[in-house]
Design a protein around this ligand. Sequence first.
Ligand code: FAD
Length: 608
Amino acid sequence: MFHVKQNFYEVVVLGGGHAGVEAASAAARIGAKTALITFSKNDLGAMSCNPAMGGLGKGHLIREIDALGGIIGKACDMSGIQFRILNKTKGEAVQGPRAQIDRDKYKKVIPGLLKNLTIFEDEIEEIHLEKKIKRVKAVKLRTYGNLNCQSLIVTTGTFLNGLIHCGEKSWSAGRLGARASTKLANFFLEEKFVIRRLKTGTPPRLLGKSINFRKCIEQKGDSCPVPFSFLTTGLKLKQKSCFITKTNESTHEIIRSNIDKSPMYNGKIKSKGPRYCPSIEDKVQRFKDRTSHQIFLEPETKVGDVIYPNGISTAMPPKVQKEFLRSINGLEEVEILKDGYAIEYDTIDSKELKNTYESLKVEGLYLAGQINGSTGYEEAAGQGLLAGINAANKVLTKKNFILERSDAYLGVLTSDLMKGGLIEPYRMFTSRAEYRLTLRADNADYRLTDKAMKLGLACDERSKKWIKKKKALETGIELLKKNFATPHKIKANGLDINEDGKKRSAYEVLGYNKSNWDLISLIWPNLKNLNISENEKEQLRITAFYDKYVERQTAEIKELKKESELKFKKNFNARHCAGLSNEVKDILLKNSPKTLGEASSLPGMTPS
Ligand code: FAD
């Protein structure tokens, strides 16, 4: 990071959250003269809500950002305190790497990963445009004054006109303890952007030593933790456990009898929050027949002094929060360190954007992260990376960088967001990706690191490591495809296959469900001592397994496209359609599309 502050930057990034740091880091790596402006240096990489990264769909995003040279994966590996692969018993396509993160450590490592850029601790209050055409010219900082720039990336997160609610109280804030960005909101009003108000919430933070963990169920991490970054060779921090408890009928009774005190139920909050992450008052009201809801007690730091109770975000008054918490097993004497709260904030309809994240109205203005209606650190980081690449390239090479839905979850994210019209915060799920058999977390480098190298995003270490791995995989596949055996020989070595007389290649055999490298060495002793690592061998096995499904996937997608002209029956009622999520049913009911094609282009629609 260089600190000599100047008055002109090719790329200015507003915000040091997950979108901001990824955007600034990408622009600087490509070679643009970059500045990042954020309210406080303490904001760099701050995790406003849960102390965890990754999961299904989200873990895929982290791997892809890493494969493109981003920083989120490395930061997670340096600060993770519990690593787990979710859905481990299912196929790799739906497995998601996830980690509990030491929130303080994460904030400490992020600045060290930001190279060759200047950081201003300040507030951007105004955006200035050129007079004749709507093109970004400069930004006005509250204390430093004007900074001229060619590209500006705005990543305000929950700060734009942010309003916190907790019980009867409401106050202007970007998140707890931080000022909101209010002056900047005028720019979007004056330029007539479509502004939508969204909402999210967070649970209270608990004092670790006031919890009786012996009354809860322990949840350990994986015994062989797997890192996020393709560059990480070993994970250094000691792994911590999480614990599970649950609400009960008396918890629900306390919430029900105080429901009029929740700003979500007494009419104070009108905007929509993420349905798949409801507050505890929502859960109690919506799922009346449920007698309990699970709570994961997650450590926020490696010492475990602060605990995040995942599953009970709330905006009830502090007194009610304490009362319902103390009705829960293990939390009878719990002390609250910070109260839970909800926050409403301004977002800009992402229909206003090109698929490069540049505004359609104002040239050189890019928007990324929560401001586009998404929720989540990983979704923000992904958009930040793509906006950072495009904003820098606009100045340096004039070339756009766009990922398609078939390239990456990052492509799915972009194409979904650009449909616009989001009525609730958008988060990634594996079900949103129709190409999910090929878009796996394990092969993100295979799909994206060549592109990173072409763009100048990959450091030397990443390029060297990838070139070596790619060569090993290609040589391995070539060799496996050259060696054949009869079904009789394969069966004689223990794999139950159809004796149809057709010879199978070692690649095909490795791809069978119950196959492994021991079997390959038994059938083909010449393949026993291949010069590749255990990780590369495992990658070859996964690739061979999924290769046979790719054709089926392509055929299904073709069929889906062909069917886009199909009309819905007049009396079609999505509510009765089994296999669709409630989110999708609501979208269909609200929009009444006439054809499958129309339905599939609706904001929030999933391929299923
Ligand atoms: P942020 O991380 O919010 O970063 C915004 C940055 O912009 C900050 O650095 C701020 O200083 C800076 N900034 C803003 N305005 C200005 C300005 N004018 N000048 C200079 N700097 C400025 N995500 C989930 O996935 N699940 C959840 O359940 C969830 N709950 C949440 C609950 C709460 C209460 C909050 C606050 C957030 C929650 N989130 C949740 C959202 C998560 O924090 C965000 O998705 C993620 O941090 C968004 O990243 P971002 O980079 O877009 O914005």
